[in-house]
Ligand binder design. Sequence first.
Ligand SMILES: [Zn+2]
Length: 131
Amino acid sequence: MSELVSPFSNPENAEWAVAATRGELLIKHCRSCGENHYYPRAFCPFCQSADTEFLATSGEGEIYSFAITRVLNPVIVHAYVTLQEGPTIMTKIVGVDPDRIAIGQQVRLGFEPSKMGFPMPVFTPVETAQA
Ligand SMILES: [Zn+2]
């Protein structure tokens, strides 16, 4: 069992949680300064504007950093993944031998059940054909 504990649902992230149940990861876009950010919140962390909107992501990203917890079974790989849309998010890498994970690896979005009743985003490396 390797469930993630999700953030508490609140008015700032309710739309995010509903999208997660559809298998879609939303981030926030600031209409004032143009930056994207994650986690979802009412005010832009770059310019403090409240003029923000949810934005659907492609589900594509790249591993920025990771740490392997080997004392648990199954092993858990905590990671920061930088989304194609810009924000770097804390997540897990699943569905791969932890010893084959590398910084810079391309990953694709998936979801896992959480204890809070809605799924949490996780990522799996995209296998690329060897030349
Ligand atoms: Zn902003």
